[in-house]
Ligand binder design. Sequence first.
Ligand code: HEM
Length: 248
Amino acid sequence: MLTDSARGARPLRQRRVRPRFWLLDFYGSAIGKKAVMAVTGIMLLGFVLAHMLGNLHMYQDADHMNHYGEYLRTIGEPILPHTGFLWILRAGLILAFIFHIHSAATLTIMNKQSRKTGYKGGRDYIAANYAARTMRWSGVIVGFYILFHLMDLTWGVGGADYTRGEPYQNLVHSFQREPVAIVYIIANLLLGMHIYHGAWSLFQSLGLANPRFNQWRRYFAMSFAAIIVIGNCSFPIAVMTGLVDLPK
Ligand code: HEM
């Protein structure tokens, strides 16, 4: 077999290690990926809560809901152009979403590799593995749901009657299709599971997991998930039961 020097490769001692930007090094480590997953998770939690609270306008009437949709497009005017602020929010949301998925996927690969090389983390390892497994499939299903949701209520290609600028009517048309309303309810229950595990483990990922506060962490994760699930599931239920209907 040829040795390194016979192949013309430089001996290890002489190889130059190019310095990398510290943020890339940080993101390359398991701690960095966990921190990114936690921070982007907090951003996504903030969006999901604000989105659910905004949708409560539907319980007022069509005008309130539609004006609220229009108001979101005008924030920051005249300093920003029409929909400028919304696009800044969208860009932040898309970046948070991409990094959330990328850090989760690459952390899973790192974990698999460290397991192959014999690392065993005992009790924590079993708990993390259980949470990670449910997080993975609930995350993938929620991802598909968001894609359908955008097709349905933002791009208007989900098969229901759709008019740009009339989110109230679009919602009612969409949820009047019972199978769609049921898919929304199931997807939001899964989202609730994902949020519960995520809101619980983000403290650990940020190094804020003092066992004295475990009970509080559990309350926080449970209440946050419950508020989102109850709020979001109430919308399709309200349309299916006729509590919310098209304006006369
Ligand atoms: C039953 C629960 C939900 C209802 C009734 C609802 C309703 C809506 C409506 C009406 C729009 C379009 C707004 C417009 O016309 O400008 C919208 C957009 C959107 N929704 Fe939802 N939503 C729900 C749950 C969710 C969840 C759980 C997520 C994410 C996890 C989500 C993510 C989004 C996103 C990313 C947009 C696009 C926002 C934009 O770029 O303007 N929604 N939603």
